[in-house]
Design a protein around this ligand. Structure first.
Ligand SMILES: [Zn+2]
Length: 259
């Protein structure tokens, strides 16, 4: 398990200091999911990816940094409602609040990615509950994390579509944006839209691993599959179609996520 650390940060909105989780050293083992969600070791440090000010509720990747209009957004009704929402795990709430800050600042790519992170938090909460039951009392038990994850993905799709319209890139290489969009759409059962996105992605002539992910998304969408799948599974599927993978493809990590 990665090591926990904290660092004092001064909030760019209210000026108050607070300890915030700092980046831990986490080694990557295993395969990322098709939407680039990292494997377990890195996944468990997702709480270090967002900071929340305990005084004013400002949520951002770095509290010491301000975003355009941040103070106004933090005090808006929409933001206060999201911050106190019981429909999402608290960490997912922080990512969704960060998303609102980015959206108001006009950074739709960043806003979309923050919703993708929120969906991952909800996925993990749903997985945890399925494996271990409701260990945290009734309130958490009443929350439907699978429904919360769906809402996060719906939001991510809208924001990332807007990012594309505005020419804001959110994938580091050809076909990567379409691969992420196809996965988000498939996971919310919009299979026709996912298939269209796959077609766009393949037309962009992506590198082999992205091409494989896109083709695998098409197969999954065709089967009406809304479950999580890994890049390793996609590579294995392709290998079974075309013979064994080359050394370069074995365990290849999809690193198309842009910062
Ligand atoms: Zn603050």
């Amino acid at each position: 398990m990665p090591k926990t650390m904290s660092r004092k940060k001064t909030c760019a909105v209210c000026g108050k200091p607070s300890p915030q989780p700092a980046v831990r050293n986490a080694e990557r083992h295993g395969s990322p999911d098709l939407d680039t969600r990292p494997p377990a070791d890195v996944r468990f440090s997702i709480d270090t990816q967002v900071q929340k000010c305990p005084s004013c509720g400002y949520c951002f990747y770095d509290l010491a940094k301000g975003a355009p209009g941040a103070a106004e957004t933090v005090n808006s009704e929409t933001y206060r409602k999201q911050l106190g929402s019981a429909s999402f795990p608290k960490l997912a709430d922080s990512f969704l609040c960060w998303s609102l800050i980015e959206e108001q600042a006009g950074n739709f790519a960043g806003a979309g990615w923050a919703c993708v992170y929120a969906a991952w938090v909800c996925d993990d909460a749903a997985d945890f509950k399925r494996l271990y039951g409701n260990v945290s009392g009734t309130k958490m038990g009443e929350r439907d994390e699978a429904a919360a994850a769906k809402l996060c993905r719906q939001k991510a799709v809208l924001l990332l579509k807007r990012a594309r319209d505005e020419g804001q890139g959110f994938g580091a290489q050809a076909g990567a944006e379409e691969a992420l969009m196809a996965d988000l759409l498939r996971r919310i059962a919009r299979f026709d839209s996912a298939a269209k996105m796959v077609k766009c992605g393949l037309e962009a002539k992506p590198i082999r691993v992205v091409e494989t992910v896109l083709e695998y998304e098409q197969v999954l969408a065709g089967k009406g599959d809304i479950d999580v799948h890994t890049v390793a599974e996609a590579i294995k599927w392709k290998g079974e179609l075309e013979g064994p993978a080359t050394e370069a493809e074995k365990g290849q990590d999809a690193t198309w996520q842009s910062e």
